[in-house]
Design a protein around this ligand. Structure first.
Ligand code: NAD
Length: 260
């Protein structure tokens, strides 16, 4: 039986949890050799072991996407292990601090942008040399936030990082087309994951924004998705099914962001 990602090797940042974890499992089911790159070592190793117990090939590497040397080394380890690189999922991210702009400290702003936006840049920067020879697929996790929705009080740093990721995706798609590398973004709506565990919210009630869904929410599943809903779209973007797709952002939110 053939699978969609047979013979491919995939590098997944933030693969220890949530959307990255579901995508690592999905890619592995479809025959890919996966590398889970994360800072959550215990979680990442556990996911990796479970994937291996299911009969697929997986490797865990410690990787802090906000540190150039860490990303470079993680990619080196990945290519050393599987001998190739075909799919890069630049997915790791943090919610960061949500606060009114005048309350948000510059170091808080900087941490969110450095992790979410520069982290994706570093992932692409160090992955491109490995992808150039045979082409491949890069998928970036952006969000509805910063692209279609702007109604989360205090989320300016997060939303700005996610808007920047769509611009990065489009610039990279054009620049890398000559190597046969496709670059696309996935923009999830609300998905229950661990991302909100470390969210620090401060004085956001001072921002007079109150968004209410109208009666009879028209979005699919009330707009709430599961990590697996995002993983299936990532599988499409990683596979040859999307061979003529590059430079797009795909909203995966059941249609909710059309309304709010
Ligand atoms: P999650 O917290 O479950 O997973 C994020 C993973 O990224 C974690 O395993 C975490 O350890 C890892 N990570 C954080 N900082 C890192 C760093 N510096 N280096 C390496 N790994 C790091 O959250 P999730 O919801 O699965 O988030 C995945 C992506 O999806 C993020 O980019 C997030 O912004 C985006 N997103 C999430 C939602 C949502 O509602 N959950 C919506 C839109 C976009």
């Amino acid at each position: 039986m053939t699978h969609q990602l047979d013979g491919k090797a995939a590098f997944i940042t933030g693969g220890a949890s949530g959307i990255g974890e579901a995508t690592a499992r999905r890619f592995a089911q479809e025959g890919a050799r996966v590398v889970i790159a994360d800072v959550a070592d215990d979680l990442g190793r556990r996911v990796c072991e479970e994937i291996k117990q299911g009969g697929a090939k997986a490797l865990y590497v410690h990787c802090d996407i906000s540190t150039p040397d860490s990303v470079r080394q993680a990619l080196e380890q990945a290519v050393e292990r599987w001998g190739r690189l075909d799919i890069v999922f630049a997915n790791a991210g943090i919610a960061g601090v949500w606060a009114p702009l005048e309350d948000m400290r510059p170091d808080e702003w900087e941490k969110t942008l450095r992790t979410n936006l520069e982290g994706a840049f570093l992932t692409l920067h160090f992955a491109i040399p490995y992808l150039k020879s045979a082409g491949g697929s890069i998928i970036v996790t952006s969000s509805v936030s910063g692209n279609r929705t702007f109604g989360q009080p205090g989320a300016a740093a997060y939303s700005t990082s996610k808007a920047g990721l769509v611009a990065l995706t489009k610039m990279a798609a054009l620049e890398l087309a000559r190597y046969g590398i496709r670059v696309n973004a996935v923009c999830p709506g609300g998905v229950p994951t661990r991302i909100t565990d470390a969210l620090e919210s401060r004085n956001t009630e001072e921002i007079p924004l109150h968004v209410e869904m109208p009666e009879g929410n028209p979005a699919l599943h009330q707009g709430v998705g599961q990590p697996e809903d995002i993983a299936d779209v990532c599988l499409f973007l990683a596979s040859d099914q999307s061979r003529h797709v590059s430079g797009v952002e795909i909203y995966v939110d059941g249609g909710a962001s059309l309304l709010i």
